[in-house]
Write a protein that binds this ligand. Structure first.
Ligand SMILES: Nc1ncnc2c1ncn2[C@@H]1O[C@H](COP(=O)(O)OP(=O)(O)O)[C@@H](O)[C@H]1O
Ligand SMILES: [Mg+2]
Length: 444
């Protein structure tokens, strides 16, 4: 028998491809009920996560995703704002996995959770299409974190060194300088591609971040994926997955990617909205259990690839006010990330920027990515800084007599140099070597 491929001419092959891309002739269903965000349909067999189109009376097609079912009833959630829905509207299942466009054409662009351009610069110039759901990497094949990444931030480079492939949490309340810090990293890092996910924040902040924090300079090698708070929760989840998938694409091409996601808390809240509306019971502080399994699933996609590929170094912002250890999302993230940087409000209020609380922050991979000399200097700095901070009141009162404690004397002497190392203007760059030299200069 002739092999099947040879029967078809090129034209026929093309026609076949087109047909394959069409929605398969799955039985379409009907919309029965709409409660809040949840749509209920019957008459169609769908899988969770599957996409479908809802055809409204006005002949509009609205994309929705299957988020659960109950015997014959299927629960859907729309990707866009759902208006004009009516009982009996047709629900047409889509056969195809969600495909996204990738390529160099993404750089310098702003797209939404569905991969559509938001910046008015026309269509994306990307020819490659890949599935939104990438394959997970066997943890045994992942390259270990051994090389440092220049973040362009002095305090981080010198005292909280980050490794290529590390995943970190940036814990902070609002207005303490998260966006400025992330923006500085996009402009000054040595990473070759920067992927920024702006998920669940206010729409105004997206514009501000792009215009002020990123600027022309940062934008050139960045892709921004934005799904602000007014988008549907499905869209916000999809935007989070999309920024990871795009980062994976560039990593697999050998790039060292910096992935910044603002914020992981809003991602968790989107999943909470979906889970609660399909009836999952809340467990910890209003969060249903599925949220806590989804966070590691997402975060696990960042990191190093198998040998020969590049890396994804990821920063996830986590909203936390003050010393609130109770927030379940902050707790869960702290446990699964390889380090956490805490931004402190009182530092910010006193004009100390970036407001990184050195005592409360840690980079768990630092010992693997810097030499022992660097590590011991960083530890010496931390000890001096902590000692100074714990004696601040005493010093302010003038109750300390010089000479009573030589280590405190040293800390007092070093204080101005230490402060200079920690503080950095928002338009100032500090390369790795420069940061290291400044750390060493403190004691010379
Ligand atoms: N490195 C810095 N130098 C000077 N001012 C800063 C710096 N970082 C932050 N700020 C100040 O803090 C304000 C709030 O920062 P922003 O990044 O918007 O906070 P968040 O994103 O945490 O809400 C900025 O408008 C700016 O005035
Ligand atoms: Mg912000």
């Amino acid at each position: 028998m002739k092999p099947q491929g040879s029967v078809f001419t090129a034209g026929m092959q093309h026609a076949l491809q087109t047909i394959r891309r069409q929605p398969k002739a799955f039985a379409s269903g009907r919309l029965q009920r709409v409660v809040g965000l949840k749509l209920e349909a019957t008459g169609c067999k769908l899988q969770t996560g599957q996409r479908c189109l809802i055809e409204t009376r006005g002949r509009q097609q609205l994309e929705a995703e299957v988020v659960g079912f109950d015997r014959g009833k299927v629960f859907l959630m729309p990707l866009e704002r759902a208006t004009g829905l009516a009982p009996g509207d047709r629900v047409i299942p889509l056969a195809e996995d969600c495909l996204i466009s990738v390529g160099d054409g993404l750089l310098g662009r702003v797209i939404d959770g569905a991969g559509k351009p938001l910046d008015g610069k026309g269509v994306l110039n990307c020819s490659e299409r890949i599935s939104l759901h990438g394959e997970t990497i066997n943890p045994m094949n992942r390259q270990p974190v051994v090389e440092s990444l220049d973040t362009g931030i002095r305090a981080i480079n010198s005292l909280l060194s980050v490794g290529k492939g590390q995943r970190l949490g940036l814990f902070a309340g609002s207005g303490v300088g998260k966006s400025v810090l992330l923006g500085m990293m996009t402009r000054y890092t040595s990473a070759t591609v920067v992927v920024v996910g702006l998920v669940g924040e206010r729409g105004r902040e997206v514009r501000e971040f792009i215009d002020h924090s990123l600027g022309e300079e940062g934008m050139q090698r960045s892709v921004v994926i934005a799904a602000p708070a007014d988008e549907s929760p499905v869209m916000r989840l999809r935007a989070s997955m999309l920024c990871h998938r795009i980062a994976e694409y560039f990593r697999d091409r050998g790039e060292n990617v910096l992935l910044l996601m603002d914020s992981l808390t809003r991602y968790a809240q989107a999943q909470r909205e979906i889970a609660l509306s399909v009836g999952e019971p809340p467990a910890t502080k209003g969060y249903p259990p599925s949220v806590f399994s989804l966070i590691p699933q997402l975060v696990e996609r960042a990191g190093n690839g198998s040998s020969g590929s590049g890396s994804i170094t990821a920063f996830y912002t986590v909203l936390s006010e003050g010393d609130d250890q109770q927030d379940p999302i902050a707790d869960a993230s702290r446990a699964i990330l390889d380090g956490h940087f805490v931004l402190n409000r009182s530092l910010a209020e006193s004009g100390h920027y970036p407001a990184i609380d050195i005592e409360a922050s840690i980079s768990r991979v630092m010992p693997q990515v810097v030499d022992s000399n660097h590590l011991s200097m960083a530890q010496r700095f931390r000890r001096s800084w902590a000692l100074y901070q714990s004696n601040r009141d005493l010093l302010a009162l003038g109750a300390y007599r010089k000479g009573s404690d030589p280590t405190l004397d040293e800390a007092i002497r070093m204080k101005p140099a230490m402060e200079q190392l920690l503080q950095q203007g928002m338009h100032e760059r500090s390369e790795w070597q420069q940061s290291y030299d400044q750390l060493r200069a403190i004691w010379s």
